[in-house]
Design a protein around this ligand. Structure first.
Ligand code: NDP
Length: 483
């Protein structure tokens, strides 16, 4: 049994605290022991990060970028091995890990490595004086991660933070503590100086300490809405900068002029990818009445052919949910859906694949006949549960789609270009996808509106989020004072 520790300065540091168990979601077996970071250790980690950050910030963006580009290449070359660790962490199907979450980490390192040299300021002229602005790093930044996309979450936060000249401390979710070490090793091998990427382990205690610590300049959370609210409160005394990537209950609107095959395919992947454990999933599927029966029949037919089972099997589409507790929450929502009067059109049960009887698997599940006020339609389930709703006209679809305090993602399926623009423009959401879903290239910002959070991952907006603006005013003449 391996034991993993706090990682700082390019090497593990034992804390002596009682380790917690890391289980493989597909079997429920304990596969590693993780030693939490102590609060005394956290002080050391932050002090070492602050020291290392000074020299890192003094390098040119080009030099910093080169390290990130080398790390990206190392991770790309190790995609298969890294994906296996990701599968042990999350329980998702390896085919997904290899093509989705895992490569998206080096993609971010590559993108931010490339633009690290290009952080332009502005230049201003005045009579006898000039002014200019610069983007300067914040200092020590911290990331707190959810468990569904641990490689992506760590890299989406670390890459812009490091590119901008900060040190970065990552706290993965207790559920997925493993994959961050692979990223740390790749960064160290790529030449990242010691102390610039550290891993702290543990639960909300260590997360809270990161928020409250005066040595941390910014916290970026990926997590639930309630956790986001706590992060703001905990960061208030030190007036920390905060970025929040929170939950969602996103709409996917299927218009009568949509390509039906595409619409069904998009609805399935927008609900069942990573067993539905995706924050931006299109879980409220609004379908125009005129095509609703056909759409549902096709969704049910294709759902039946989704293979659930051993996540390491390349022919498996859907792996395990993260934990027993989470699986039970998802199964409870399925019972709630039935009790609320929704029609269970597909799935609805726990699955016990041969050899993985104790794993946390749930069938891809489709509810039809849903109404807007049902709990399965309003609350984030974070599992493979699709709710199908019927609408009659465009305005109604838009207003029902927007009737939620979430605003992370939204999708629409149509063959009309005019409608695509018109509807996309009205959806209250950080991201809108037309005729596809959940596509997040690193140069396009990703983040929430309303209670799905604020700040952005990816793109120049993320880079700016790890900097602040310094203004310099320079008088070119002799000073003529009033006294
Ligand atoms: P949680 O909000 O429960 O936890 C997220 C992280 O915050 C974990 O590392 C957790 O630690 C930590 N944490 C919990 N409480 C505190 C606290 N008081 N102070 C500091 N840190 C704390 O989310 P889950 O891990 O359960 O992930 C699922 C949620 O994440 C869903 O709501 C999902 O929508 C959202 N999410 C959002 C994404 C986005 O980009 N918008 C992407 C992915 C997920 P620990 O769990 O180890 O105790």
């Amino acid at each position: 049994m391996i034991t993993k520790h706090t990682y700082v300065g390019g090497r593990p540091r034992p804390s002596g605290l009682e380790p917690f168990d890391k289980r493989y979601p597909a079997t429920g077996e304990v596969i590693a022991k993780i030693e939490p970071t102590s609060l005394e250790q956290l002080d050391e980690v932050i002090a070492e990060a602050a020291e290392a950050q000074k020299a890192w910030a003094a390098l040119s963006g080009t030099e910093r970028g080169r390290v990130l580009l080398r790390a990206a290449k190392i991770l790309q070359d190790r995609n298969e091995a890294l994906s296996r660790v990701e599968v042990m962490d999350v329980g998702k199907a390896i085919a997904e890990a290899e093509s989705g979450d895992v490569p998206s980490g080096p993609d971010a390192l590559e993108y931010f490595g490339g633009i690290a040299r290009d952080m332009p300021g502005t230049f201003h002229t005045y009579p006898g004086a000039v002014g200019f602005t610069q983007r300067v790093p914040l200092g020590v930044c911290a990331g707190i991660g959810a468990w569904n996309y641990p490689t992506q979450i760590a890299c989406w936060k670390a890459a812009p933070a490091l590119a901008a000249g900060n040190a970065f401390i990552h706290k993965p979710s207790e559920e997925t503590p493993l994959v961050a070490y692979e990223i740390a090793d790749a960064l160290t091998e790529a030449g990242l100086p010691k102390g610039l990427f550290s891993i702290v382990q543990g639960d909300a205690t260590i997360g809270r300490a990161l928020c409250e610590h005066p040595g941390v300049a910014k916290v970026s959370l990926t997590g639930g809405v309630d956790t986001g609210k706590l992060i703001i409160k905990q960061s208030a005394d030190t007036l920390k900068k905060v970025t929040l990537e929170l939950g969602g209950k996103s709409p996917l609107i299927v218009f009568e002029d949509a390509n039906l095959d595409d619409a069904v395919g998009v609805a399935l992947s927008a609900n069942f990818y990573t067993a539905g454990e995706v924050c931006s999933n299109g879980t409220r599927v609004f379908v125009h009445r005129s095509i609703a029966d056909k759409f549902l029949a096709e969704v049910v037919r294709r759902t039946a052919s989704i293979r659930v089972g051993d996540p390491m099997d390349r022919d498996v589409h859907v792996g395990a949910l993260i934990s027993e507790t989470h699986m039970n929450k998802v199964l409870e929502y399925i019972e709630i859906g039935k009790a609320e009067g929704a029609t269970l059109s597909a799935g609805g049960n726990r699955v016990r694949p041969q050899g993985f009887e104790n794993g946390y698997f749930v069938e891809p599940t489709v509810f039809s006949g849903c109404t807007d006020n049902m709990r399965i339609v309003r609350e984030e389930i974070f599992g493979p549960v699709m709710s199908v709703l019927v609408f009659d006209d465009e305005d109604e679809a838009v207003s029902r789609a927007n009737d939620t305090f979430f605003g992370l993602g939204a999708g629409l399926m149509t063959t009309s270009l005019a409608r695509a623009h018109r509807v996309a423009d009205q959806l209250q959401s950080g991201s809108v996808w037309v005729n596809t879903y959940n596509i997040c290239p690193p140069d396009l910002p990703f983040g929430g509106s309303k209670q799905s959070g604020f700040g952005r991952e990816n793109s120049r907006f993320a880079l700016e989020g790890y900097t602040e603006v310094r203004s310099t005013y320079m008088d070119l003449n002799n000073f003529e004072g009033a006294y």
